[in-house]
Ligand binder design. Structure first.
Ligand code: UD1
Length: 423
């Protein structure tokens, strides 16, 4: 398995180009199941989760090509409505095929999903929504069996604004003729990108920006061409890498508005930055980092996916900071690894208390989830000495060419595989 060796203590300088959003891409690729027409998607990041999604589409009977950031999907005979566990276990977002398959076949069989081990991650909100649209949902031997004589539009209020449930129900409702209203939905930019795609496919999707989606579903949807929105989590991760190393980095090709809260907090912590229409320039500074208390929340709140990179930044603050992780349980797996690098962090249930230290030191650490993995990478860039990060495959799920992007900024990150004699 690949590892990273990170030589710490180097300042970063230059411009980093942001890729298309992983979390927008995955449901959009899955939306291709709603039609037999050709489907073309640009600015698709070359990531493990994207490749897993393409394998899922192929397993379901689509013909897929992926070249230079463009995915083309076409019909290839009859679609299947069953997914093998081998593919689902790699990624929670594989469950997002349930909505389109249910809409098309009135029956689907999907194993319960895997993905990052972030506590119990149920799919009850997805299933309650499918039931409201007329489906029967049964669990059998680790699989969810969905079936319906007929589906019908409905008014559904989600008990929590789950991103995945919102996307799954949107896709299903778009292929049910009539008006479905979804209340208390997620408001993430990835939802807007999916709504734009579903509208191009012929459905009418209206988001009021306050958590209400009104969908006019159609009996048939057509193919489309679309360019994926910038990845706000990758953008935020590089902004935090620059801030934590006190570097001079222009994060380009992003939508700064999608990182509003993060940018506010970074400024409050003392990071000088310039915000442009499609870039954020993090400037070098030598004043102390102000410790802050943050709490993760659904968009537009502080993104849970940026909590771990933020925590690395706060390990170097002057004083006591706090992180309240309010979206996922068990999302502090990076904390003990940061402690091995000299950070002073204690966790209790959803709260992490961080007492800032003067510096971090290189250590042998292990990534145990995607964003926590990038947090360790930032820590390695800040630390004195060399850091070795195991299980880089977590980072590869969601960051396109991280060592290439960081090394172009002057970092020294080397990928190697101890099981092969290539080092
Ligand atoms: C998506 C993102 C992930 C991000 C998360 C929250 C993708 C592919 N992944 O994940 O990067 O961290 O949003 O912003 O877009 N929940 C339930 N029942 C459900 C569904 C969710 O209890 O049926 C809970 C989850 O366990 C979790 C919380 O709701 O505690 C948020 O989950 P959700 O918004 O659904 O996250 P994902 O869509 O899985």
């Amino acid at each position: 398995m690949d590892r990273f060796l990170v030589e710490g203590g180097r300042k970063l300088k230059g411009t980093v180009q942001i890729s298309g959003s992983k979390n927008a891409c995955l449901p959009i690729l899955v939306a291709s199941l709603l039609t037999d027409d050709p489907f073309v998607l640009h600015r698709v990041p070359n990531l493990r989760d994207v490749r897993t999604t393409l394998k899922i589409l192929t397993a379901l009977g689509k013909q897929v090509s992926f070249q230079d950031g463009t995915v083309t999907i076409a019909a290839n005979g009859k679609l299947k409505n069953k997914l093998p566990y081998e593919l689902v276990k790699q990624m929670r977002a594989s469950f997002w095929v349930a909505g389109p398959l249910l809409a098309r076949f009135k029956a689907a069989e999907i194993p319960l999903p895997g993905g990052c081990a972030l506590g119990a991650r149920p799919v009850d909100i997805h299933l309650r929504g499918f039931e409201r649209l007329g489906a029967r949902c049964v669990m059998e031997k680790g699989n969810v069996l969905l079936s319906a004589k007929a589906l019908h539009p409905a008014k559904i209020t989600l008990r929590f604004p789950s991103v995945g449930a919102t996307q799954n129900l949107m896709m299903c409702a778009c292929l049910i003729p009539g008006e479905t209203i979804l209340e208390n939905v997620a408001k993430e930019p990835e939802i807007d990108d999916l709504a734009a795609v579903l509208s191009k496919m012929g459905a009418v999707v209206f988001a009021d920006g306050k958590g209400r989606l009104v969908i006019q579903g159609k009996s048939q949807l057509r193919g489309m061409e679309h360019t994926v929105v910038a990845d706000r989590i990758e953008s935020g991760s590089y902004m935090l890498a620059a801030a934590a190393t006190r570097s001079d980095v222009r994060v380009e090709g992003c939508v700064p508005e999608h990182n509003s809260i993060l940018l506010d907090y970074m400024e409050e912590a003392g990071v000088p930055l310039e915000i442009g229409p499609n870039y954020v320039h993090i400037k070098p500074y030598d004043t102390p980092i102000k410790p802050l208390r943050i709490k993760t929340a659904p968009y537009p709140g502080f993104a849970t996916d940026l909590q771990a990179p933020w925590m690395t930044f706060m390990t170097l603050a002057t004083g006591a900071a706090e992180v309240d992780e309010d979206i996922f349980e068990n999302r502090f797996m990076h904390a003990p690894e940061l402690v091995r690098m000299g950070a002073d962090i204690t966790t209790e249930k959803s709260i992490a208390r961080i007492n800032g230290v003067k510096s971090l030191s290189g250590a042998h650490v292990m990534a145990s989830d995607l964003r926590g993995g990038f947090a360790l990478l930032i820590a390695g860039l800040c630390a004195n000495g060399t850091t070795e990060i195991e299980r880089v495959y977590h980072i590869d799920r969601g960051y396109e060419n991280p060592e290439g992007k960081l090394n172009a900024l002057g970092a020294k990150v080397t990928r190697y595989n101890p099981d092969k004699d290539d080092f």
